[in-house]
Design a protein around this ligand. Structure first.
Ligand code: FA5
Length: 392
């Protein structure tokens, strides 16, 4: 039961109002009642709502008060519409309608002002709680760095670019023609056994088999097909072989190919270029040597060794035993190379009688291992940050 008699629940006739002046007086009372309530603090609104027996489900007093006055179902304005306006005799309809409109806009304006005030207060409270402390240290985001292999590529590129070479890159998926045949390695040549690799599963009827390149040498052919001599390029890149992983072998590794072809390139140009590179890369104290070797696409072919940087070329470790890195030889094999075999020129329409050149193919992982004294090639592929952080 409401504690307060609510006149808006009755019609004007039931209230004994039949004069326009009495209508105005009754509306004035309703307005005063509203004006008293809208300025009440929250806890008093709560008590008031209890006294008014307001049964709304709102959790905050301001919303309760709002719904009590303008709620569509049983707010005071709805009651006035239903009980006073609709039931008013024709003689009072005009004055009731005018009074009602004035009251309605007054209530809505005041409720709007109250809402704005409460929102501003809430913002102030939130700000006070969440204020930003500019003196706190910021969030540090660690900055990554290039992988050591990438860094070594860069070192090598810088050295060769400084003596007139340019850098080109090529596809990692190759045809047997570029990976083998055009390099003078016909089908069934025994050298293919060492370089057997990963072939791609292709749909039946594919025009050519495809494989992951076993070395960067196919780029010798691709470059000479596109450029006329003089050619001076290096080709950094990834290569793939069906080798079992151990401390010096990986089935993915990195090479830098080199190729120089011109009218009068000699073996001296070749050795001079390689020695220049090695001294720039490892330092002037390193000794170099060539050993005869065999590659189908170079003639003569050589293996290129450097004096062991771990034992200084003595073959003996610091403790007095045999150096484990060069196995006592005092030399470490670095890469294969040679003068371009004239047969290769036939595949790229170069005139073997007028041009000559040299080529080399370095294993970058092993080069990096030697320079940075890393004893297991596998660490390059494991991405252990404890290793990577040592080469920022
Ligand atoms: C070649 O790949 C020739 N294409 C190199 C060449 C180019 C010769 C131009 C002549 C002219 P070889 O198979 O030796 O050659 O490989 C070259 C280097 O790659 C080796 O010296 C070694 O450093 C590195 N290498 C070879 N196999 C692996 C492997 N499984 N893991 C890591 N490095 C390897």
């Amino acid at each position: 039961m409401p504690n307060i008699e609510n006149p808006t629940e009755k019609s004007l006739a039931e209230l004994g109002i039949n004069e326009p002046s009495a209508v105005e007086a009754e509306f004035a009372r309703v307005r005063e009642r509203f004006d008293r309530q809208i300025v009440l603090p929250a806890d008093e609104i709560r008590n008031l709502m209890l006294r008014e027996a307001w049964v709304g489900s709102e959790s905050d007093p301001a919303t309760s008060l709002r719904n009590f006055w303008v709620g569509r179902k049983s707010g005071v304005l709805t009651l006035i519409t239903d009980n006073w306006l609709r039931k008013a005799p024709p003689s009072l309809k005009g004055v009731v309608g005018k009074q009602f409109n004035e009251l309605k806009s007054h209530i809505e304006r005041k409720l709007g002002e109250q809402r704005q005030r409460l929102e501003a207060e809430a913002d102030q409270i939130t700000l006070a709680h969440d204020h930003i402390d500019l003196s706190l240290p910021g969030v540090t985001r660690p900055i990554g760095s290039h992988h050591l292999i990438r860094q070594v590529f860069q070192e090598i590129e810088d050295i060769f670019v400084s003596i007139g070479f340019s850098v080109v890159e090529g596809p990692e998926i190759e045809t047997p023609y570029y990976n083998f045949e055009a390099l003078n390695i016909p089908e069934f040549h025994p050298v293919r056994d060492d370089m057997d690799t990963f072939y791609l599963d292709l749909p039946k009827g594919a025009p050519t088999p495809l494989l992951l390149r076993t070395h960067t040498s196919p780029m010798q052919i691709r470059t000479m097909e596109k450029r006329k001599p003089p050619v001076r390029v290096i080709v950094p890149g990834k290569v793939y072989r069906r080798d079992n992983p151990d401390a010096t072998h990986s089935f993915i590794f990195h090479q830098v190919e080199g190729l120089a072809v011109d009218a009068d390139i000699t073996f001296c140009d070749f050795t001079g270029t390689i020695e220049y590179f090695v001294k720039q890369f490892f330092g002037p104290g390193v000794k170099t040597r060539f050993r005869p070797s065999y590659f189908p696409f170079t003639e003569p072919s050589v293996e290129f060794d450097v004096s062991c940087i771990f034992c200084g070329g003595s073959g003996t470790s610091a403790g007095g035993g045999t150096c484990s890195k060069c196995k006592g030889a005092g030399w470490i094999e670095l890469f294969g190379a040679g003068m371009v075999d004239p047969a290769v020129y036939g595949f790229v329409n170069y005139d073997a009688k007028t041009v000559s050149g040299f080529a080399f193919g370095m294993g970058i992982d092993r080069l990096a291992m030697l320079k940075y004294q890393i004893d297991d090639i596998q660490v390059f592929f494991q991405n252990d940050v404890r290793f990577l952080r040592q080469f920022p």
